[in-house]
Design a protein around this ligand. Structure first.
Ligand code: SF4
Ligand code: SF4
Length: 123
Protein backbone atom coordinates (compact mmCIF):
# COMPACT_ATOMS: atom_id res chain seq x y z
CA UNK A 1 0.00 0.00 0.00
CA UNK A 2 1.40 3.42 -0.94
CA UNK A 3 1.31 6.03 1.74
CA UNK A 4 3.45 8.86 2.99
CA UNK A 5 6.03 7.87 5.57
CA UNK A 6 8.21 9.86 7.95
CA UNK A 7 10.75 7.85 9.88
CA UNK A 8 12.16 8.36 13.34
CA UNK A 9 14.96 10.64 12.07
CA UNK A 10 12.44 13.51 11.97
CA UNK A 11 13.36 16.34 14.35
CA UNK A 12 10.21 18.36 13.74
CA UNK A 13 11.90 21.28 11.94
CA UNK A 14 8.83 21.79 9.72
CA UNK A 15 10.92 22.45 6.63
CA UNK A 16 8.76 19.96 4.72
CA UNK A 17 5.54 21.66 5.83
CA UNK A 18 6.80 25.11 4.90
CA UNK A 19 8.01 24.01 1.46
CA UNK A 20 5.12 21.87 0.34
CA UNK A 21 3.61 23.63 -2.70
CA UNK A 22 0.32 21.77 -2.38
CA UNK A 23 -0.37 22.35 1.32
CA UNK A 24 -0.43 18.61 1.71
CA UNK A 25 1.59 18.75 4.91
CA UNK A 26 0.61 20.42 8.12
CA UNK A 27 1.39 20.14 11.78
CA UNK A 28 -0.30 20.46 15.12
CA UNK A 29 1.35 21.37 18.40
CA UNK A 30 -0.64 20.26 21.37
CA UNK A 31 0.59 20.23 24.94
CA UNK A 32 4.12 18.91 24.66
CA UNK A 33 3.71 17.13 21.35
CA UNK A 34 4.16 18.08 17.68
CA UNK A 35 2.35 15.99 15.10
CA UNK A 36 3.00 16.13 11.35
CA UNK A 37 0.06 15.43 9.08
CA UNK A 38 -0.04 14.47 5.43
CA UNK A 39 -3.03 14.53 3.11
CA UNK A 40 -2.63 12.06 0.25
CA UNK A 41 -5.47 13.58 -1.78
CA UNK A 42 -3.68 16.94 -1.88
CA UNK A 43 -0.18 15.55 -2.41
CA UNK A 44 1.25 16.23 -5.88
CA UNK A 45 4.06 13.68 -5.36
CA UNK A 46 6.53 16.37 -6.33
CA UNK A 47 9.20 15.23 -3.87
CA UNK A 48 9.90 18.74 -2.55
CA UNK A 49 9.45 17.61 1.06
CA UNK A 50 11.93 14.80 0.48
CA UNK A 51 14.45 17.21 -1.09
CA UNK A 52 14.32 19.80 1.70
CA UNK A 53 14.27 17.44 4.66
CA UNK A 54 17.65 17.81 6.45
CA UNK A 55 17.22 14.53 8.27
CA UNK A 56 16.44 12.12 5.40
CA UNK A 57 13.29 11.42 7.34
CA UNK A 58 10.81 11.37 4.47
CA UNK A 59 10.53 8.05 2.71
CA UNK A 60 9.13 9.28 -0.52
CA UNK A 61 10.41 7.09 -3.32
CA UNK A 62 7.68 4.48 -2.89
CA UNK A 63 5.16 7.14 -3.92
CA UNK A 64 6.82 7.43 -7.34
CA UNK A 65 6.85 3.83 -8.45
CA UNK A 66 3.18 3.89 -9.43
CA UNK A 67 2.67 0.47 -8.02
CA UNK A 68 -0.59 -1.42 -8.27
CA UNK A 69 -2.04 -2.68 -5.02
CA UNK A 70 -4.02 -5.92 -4.99
CA UNK A 71 -7.43 -5.07 -3.58
CA UNK A 72 -9.35 -8.30 -4.10
CA UNK A 73 -8.68 -11.78 -5.50
CA UNK A 74 -11.34 -14.29 -6.54
CA UNK A 75 -11.78 -17.53 -8.43
CA UNK A 76 -11.82 -17.32 -12.22
CA UNK A 77 -13.88 -19.45 -14.55
CA UNK A 78 -12.37 -20.12 -17.98
CA UNK A 79 -13.86 -21.28 -21.28
CA UNK A 80 -14.20 -25.04 -21.15
CA UNK A 81 -12.79 -25.36 -24.69
CA UNK A 82 -10.00 -22.79 -25.10
CA UNK A 83 -9.32 -21.66 -21.56
CA UNK A 84 -10.05 -17.97 -22.19
CA UNK A 85 -10.68 -16.17 -18.87
CA UNK A 86 -14.40 -15.49 -18.51
CA UNK A 87 -15.76 -14.40 -15.12
CA UNK A 88 -15.95 -15.08 -11.42
CA UNK A 89 -18.39 -17.73 -10.14
CA UNK A 90 -20.62 -15.07 -8.56
CA UNK A 91 -20.78 -13.05 -11.77
CA UNK A 92 -21.48 -16.19 -13.78
CA UNK A 93 -24.39 -17.02 -11.50
CA UNK A 94 -25.83 -13.53 -11.81
CA UNK A 95 -25.57 -13.46 -15.61
CA UNK A 96 -26.98 -16.93 -16.09
CA UNK A 97 -29.85 -16.30 -13.68
CA UNK A 98 -30.72 -13.09 -15.53
CA UNK A 99 -30.32 -14.40 -19.08
CA UNK A 100 -31.64 -17.89 -18.24
CA UNK A 101 -28.65 -19.48 -19.94
CA UNK A 102 -27.22 -22.83 -19.13
CA UNK A 103 -24.18 -22.53 -16.96
CA UNK A 104 -21.65 -24.09 -19.29
CA UNK A 105 -18.58 -21.84 -19.28
CA UNK A 106 -17.88 -20.94 -22.90
CA UNK A 107 -16.30 -17.90 -24.53
CA UNK A 108 -18.32 -16.04 -27.18
CA UNK A 109 -16.69 -17.97 -30.04
CA UNK A 110 -17.28 -21.40 -28.58
CA UNK A 111 -20.78 -20.55 -27.42
CA UNK A 112 -21.53 -19.53 -31.03
CA UNK A 113 -20.00 -22.75 -32.38
CA UNK A 114 -21.96 -24.82 -29.91
CA UNK A 115 -25.20 -23.09 -30.93
CA UNK A 116 -24.39 -23.61 -34.65
CA UNK A 117 -23.73 -27.31 -34.11
CA UNK A 118 -27.30 -27.71 -32.82
CA UNK A 119 -28.89 -26.31 -35.98
CA UNK A 120 -30.40 -28.96 -38.32
CA UNK A 121 -28.24 -29.64 -41.38
CA UNK A 122 -29.79 -28.86 -44.77
CA UNK A 123 -28.76 -30.49 -48.04
S1 SF4 B 1 5.44 15.31 -2.33
FE1 SF4 B 1 5.17 17.49 -2.78
S2 SF4 B 1 2.98 17.82 -2.57
FE2 SF4 B 1 3.41 15.87 -1.57
S3 SF4 B 1 3.74 16.38 0.57
FE3 SF4 B 1 5.76 16.40 -0.40
S4 SF4 B 1 6.09 18.55 -1.00
FE4 SF4 B 1 3.90 18.28 -0.57
S1 SF4 C 1 11.65 18.39 7.02
FE1 SF4 C 1 12.18 16.32 7.72
S2 SF4 C 1 12.94 16.62 9.79
FE2 SF4 C 1 11.86 18.47 9.24
S3 SF4 C 1 9.76 18.14 10.00
FE3 SF4 C 1 9.79 17.47 7.89
S4 SF4 C 1 10.22 15.30 7.99
FE4 SF4 C 1 10.78 16.14 9.96
Amino acid sequence: MSYFRVNNNCNGCLSCVENCPASALSHEDQDNQRTLRHNMTKCARCGQCWRVCPQDAIEFQHLLVGQWDDVVTMDLIRCRVCGEPLYSPDYQQKVFDTARLDSEPLCALHRQRQAASKWPRTL
